[in-house]
Design a protein around this ligand. Structure first.
Ligand code: AMP
Ligand code: MG
Length: 352
C-alpha cells in the first residue's frame, strides 16, 4: 500500500484534505494524525474490522484495549453507562486535554476496543486537526500511538513514517506534538479515582481537583513484579535498540558516574549515547550527549523524550546512559516512560 503524507496546519485546515482523511476513516481504513500528546493511529471506533487493522499495523497484542477519541462530550452518551459527578468535573477541567477516563461501557462499544473488559477508555484530544477529523468522520476514532508496538511513541510525522510506511493509506503531518508523552489514564470505576498510567495531566493537578486520587502500585513501584491494572502497562515499551540504563540519585553524582561509565565503554570500543539535560550537557566530553531539555521545565523534557531515544537509535549507539529526572509533576510520567525504555534498569548512585 502506498502511504500518502499530507501536511496540515492546525490554524489553516484544508477542508478538501480533511474530507479525504475522514472518507478514509469512514471506509474502514487507517489514518495517522497528530494530537497534543503523540501521533495517533486512527480507525472508525465502531467498526470492528477497521479497528482490527490497527492491531495488525502496530503488531499490538489483542488483550491491550484502545482509547476512543471524541470531539464533543455528547458522544459519551452512546458509549458509557454513566457519567459520574467526578467524571463531569474532570471533563470540565481537562477536556480537551491529555486525560483519558475509564468508564463502564455500553454494548455499542465493540469488544475489540475494550479487549474483553467491561470498561472503555475515552479522551477528547486538544488538537484542532484531531478534533476536526473526529467531527468530519462523525464517529469516535480509536487511536493508540502510531508506532510499532514496543517502540517509542511518535512525536513527529517522520517517526510515524518510519514505523507505518506502506501499511496505512494516509499520515497527516501536523508538525511536532506539544506534550510529547501520552495521556494520563484515570480509572473512574473505582470508589477512589485511580491513575493507571501517568501522563500529560499530572497527579498534582488531579489531586487539586478531586482530592483523593490513588496511583496504581505498579507505577510507584516500577522495579517490582506487580501486575498493572491497565493491560497495556505490562508490555515492554518505548525500547531503543541499544542497551539503556538510568542513573538515579544526586545530579552531581549521576554526572560523575555517567562520565566514568562512558570512559570505560569508550575504551572497550562501544558507541555511547548519553541522555542528559541543559544543565549537565557541558560536563560530557566523551560519548554522544543529547539534552532532553531543561530540568527547571519538565514539560520540555516530556516534549523531547521520545525523539531523543529515536535520535540515539538512528545514531546506532550500543549503550545509552540516561540521567534520572525528579519525580514531581510531569517527572512521574517521564520516569515511567524512561524506566520502561530501559527495561527497568535503574542504577542508584551514591558517593562512598
Ligand atoms: P496507547 O493508546 O497505546 O498509548 O495506550 C492506551 C493505554 O490505555 C494502554 O495502556 C491501555 O492498556 C489503556 N487502556 C485502554 N482501555 C482501557 C481500559 N478499558 N481499562 C484499562 N486500561 C485501558
Ligand atoms: Mg502506545
Amino acid at each position: 500500500m502506498k502511504t500518502e503524507i499530507v501536511i496540515l496546519e492546525e490554524d489553516k485546515i484544508d477542508r478538501a484534505i480533511m474530507k479525504r482523511a475522514s472518507n478514509i476513516i469512514k471506509s474502514g481504513e487507517l489514518v495517522a494524525f497528530p494530537t497534543e500528546t503523540v501521533y495517533g493511529l486512527g480507525a472508525d471506533g465502531l467498526n470492528t474490522e477497521a479497528v482490527s487493522k490497527i492491531f495488525k499495523a502496530k503488531g499490538r497484542p489483542s488483550d491491550n484495549p484502545l482509547i476512543l477519541h471524541i470531539a464533543d462530550s455528547s458522544q459519551l452518551e452512546d458509549l458509557v453507562e454513566e457519567v459520574s459527578d467526578t467524571a463531569r468535573k474532570c471533563i470540565e477541567k481537562f477536556w480537551p486535554g491529555a486525560l483519558t477516563l475509564i468508564f463502564k461501557r455500553t454494548k455499542k462499544v465493540p469488544d475489540i476496543i475494550s479487549a474483553g473488559l467491561d470498561t472503555v477508555a475515552i479522551r477528547m484530544p486538544d488538537n484542532k486537526i484531531a478534533l476536526e477529523l473526529i467531527k468530519e468522520s462523525n464517529r469516535p476514532i480509536a487511536a493508540p500511538s502510531a508506532n510499532t508496538s514496543g517502540k517509542p511513541s511518535p512525536t513527529k510525522a517522520e517517526h510515524v513514517k518510519l514505523d507505518m510506511d506502506g501499511k496505512i493509506p494516509m499520515i497527516i503531518d501536523g508538525g511536532s506534538t506539544g506534550i510529547g508523552l501520552e495521556s494520563t489514564v484515570l480509572d473512574l470505576t473505582e470508589s477512589i479515582p485511580l491513575i493507571l498510567r501517568p501522563g500529560g495531566v499530572t497527579v498534582e493537578e488531579l489531586r487539586e481537583l478531586l482530592g483523593n486520587v490513588e496511583m496504581d502500585s505498579s507505577i510507584t513501584e516500577m522495579d517490582s513484579d506487580l501486575i498493572p491494572k491497565s493491560p497495556g502497562q505490562k508490555y515492554k515499551h518505548y525500547a531503543p535498540k541499544a542497551d539503556m540504563s538510568i542513573y538515579d540519585g544526586e545530579i552531581d553524582e549521576i554526572v560523575h558516574r555517567i562520565r566514568e561509565e562512558t570512559k570505560i565503554h569508550f575504551e572497550n570500543g562501544k558507541k555511547v549515547g548519553i541522555m542528559c539535560t541543559d544543565q549537565t550537557k557541558g560536563f560530557y566530553e566523551q560519548g554522544i550527549s543529547i539534552s532532553m531539555g531543561n530540568r527547571e521545565d519538565k514539560s520540555s523534557i516530556g516534549h523531547n523524550l521520545f525523539n531523543t531515544i529515536r535520535q540515539l537509535d538512528e545514531l546506532d549507539v550500543d549503550i545509552i546512559l540516561a540521567e534520572s529526572i525528579s519525580r514531581e509533576n510531569m517527572g512521574i510520567a517521564i520516569m515511567n516512560r524512561m524506566t520502561k525504555a530501559a527495561d527497568g534498569k535503574i542504577i542508584r548512585v551514591k558517593e562512598e
